[in-house]
Write a new protein. Sequence first.
Length: 262
Amino acid sequence: MSNEDITLTAGDAEVTVQPGNGGRIGGLRLGGSELLRQGDRFGCFPMVPWCGRIRGGRFLDGATDHQMPLNSPPHAIHGTARDGAWSTARVTANEAVITYDLVDPWPYPGRVTQIVALTEGALTLTMSVETYETSFPAQIGWHPWFNRNVEGADVRLDFTPAWQEERGDDHLPTGNRLDPKPGPWDDCFGMPDGVDVTLTWPGQLELKVTSPEQWVVVYDEQEAAVCVEPQTGPPNGLNTLPRLVTPLEPLEATTTWTWRRL
């Protein structure tokens, strides 16, 4: 099948899936209100096979040292899959399945599958990385750009993390855990009971971002949008907290956004 844009609908909710633009969600409209920042680089893109920054673009797998392109000097950021064209495997009125085969510069063969499922009150994104050959470390995450202002209301963020990762001068976690500090943030937080962040546009809408995963990066330093990014490990996690993809055990993650009118 082609990699043209896909539109999913359920009730007054409409989602645009863009396989050809890095497998991202290009838009989420509820009753005509667009919740995601528009533009080729925005929407909500998959972070895979790693999330956030890798220090110096380098990671070790056993004794092997791999160098990724420094697309955010001096680091490599947000994986490779958002830069490639995905393929459409299956589409119904309210669900799409898209896939991406890992290629250079990622050194290992593997396949990423993303399932986008829409109901009248929720969007569920599920991603897996699988291999039939060599085992390798990987991460999965999502990077949504939620519009700060929807229908004249500025968003309010509410979450209660157990800790905040101390951020070094190089923007990467130092390994120290701090009591959560007030924003603005470009920071990683630990939520051991699962990610649970509420975005409220007063008088308009409440949207909850949840995930069984225990890590979330919150980025709200830009005027136009705020980002709430559930992921399977912290930035630089290929080095500090690798999750292994093996032929017997894929890496899988999911996030659900639920909403209600106010």
